[in-house]
Design a binder for this molecule. Structure first.
Ligand SMILES: Nc1ncnc2c1ncn2[C@@H]1O[C@H](COP(=O)(O)OP(=O)(O)OP(=O)(O)O)[C@@H](O)[C@H]1O
Ligand SMILES: [Mg+2]
Length: 259
């Protein structure tokens, strides 16, 4: 059997003398689409940073693609795409859209780093997937927040990552951009890539979600969406939980997101 994509055992993280993650254990056995939900401050972003080797656990073991992210950070990052949870990224030097996207390829190369015509082609294709080709020559800093987000997703895609980590990239986008992104997700699924996405609303990405992980400092529930999305599993961590019926489906309004 091939190695799990992600494997965490009893992982705890302390930041500033506070326990932010405690005894977190879960496995992602094979390529899949995992949605992580949890209230503000639950440790979702911290978990993603842990998977990237940006944070060291005080306890437990973390394996991503068979590697210890903290010890093999550089090798791991050449295989992982990451789009952080931020509204705007500004660069001190004004960069054009194509330069931002190429960074995704360039920074993952070994020295001496050079840009080939196939790198440019990868950047072009990635922008096309996000419907952003026409912005190739634009300055990144002049784009709207949603357009910047699409470019940053293209940057993460350009190196064709095995694992894509996305921190609240979906819900802030308009519906056309969301459609582009859903198509990207479908394409990646067909290529057996793993996507781990943090979102406050599961419903818009429900059709792709194979497993849901409910995090609140520790793993509260993890598994098939139909099992996890139940009132008794969610109510303890979402006191404002509401359930509505739409077109015969149950939709949970978790009642926790960003302003
Ligand atoms: N660098 C840091 N130093 C100290 N505490 C931190 C640091 N980063 C995060 N924290 C704390 O860790 C906890 C978890 O933060 P995290 O950003 O992982 O939450 P989150 O689940 O992503 O929340 P949100 O939904 O608001 O994005 C919070 O209490 C936060 O204040
Ligand atoms: Mg976060």
């Amino acid at each position: 059997m091939s190695q799990p994509v992600i494997s965490l055992r009893d992982v705890s993280v302390r930041l500033n003398n506070h326990t932010v993650l405690e005894d977190v254990s879960f496995d992602v056995e094979s390529p899949s689409f995992i949605t992580i939900v949890g209230p503000n401050g639950a440790g979702k972003t911290t978990l993603i940073k842990l998977l990237l080797g940006m944070i060291k656990p005080v306890k437990g073991s973390v394996k991503v693609l068979g590697m210890d992210p903290f010890k093999e950070s550089e090798r791991l990052r050449s295989l992982v795409g990451y789009v952080p949870q931020r509204d705007r990224v500004s660069y001190e030097t004004p960069l054009r859209v194509w330069e931002v996207v190429l960074m995704g390829v360039f920074l993952k190369k070994r020295f001496p780093r050079t840009i080939s015509s196939s790198d440019l082609e990868s950047a072009r294709i990635a922008l096309e997937y996000l419907g952003m080709s026409e912005y190739w020559e634009y300055f990144f800093n002049e784009l709207s927040g949603g357009q910047q987000r699409r470019v940053l997703i293209a940057r993460a895609l350009a190196s064709d990552p095995v694992l894509l980590l996305l921190d609240e990239v979906f819900s802030g986008l308009d519906s056309e951009s969301q459609q582009y992104l859903l198509n990207v997700f479908r394409m990646l699924r067909d290529r057996n890539r793993t996507i781990l996405i943090v979102e406050h609303e599961v419903d818009p990405i429900m059709e792709l979600t194979e497993k849901i992980l409910v995090l609140n400092k520790t793993v509260c529930a993890y598994g098939d969406p139909n099992e996890v999305l139940s009132e008794d599993k969610l109510k303890p961590i979402y006191p404002c939980l509401k359930m509505i019926e739409k077109e015969g489906r149950r939709i949970f309004i978790l009642g926790d997101k960003h302003a």
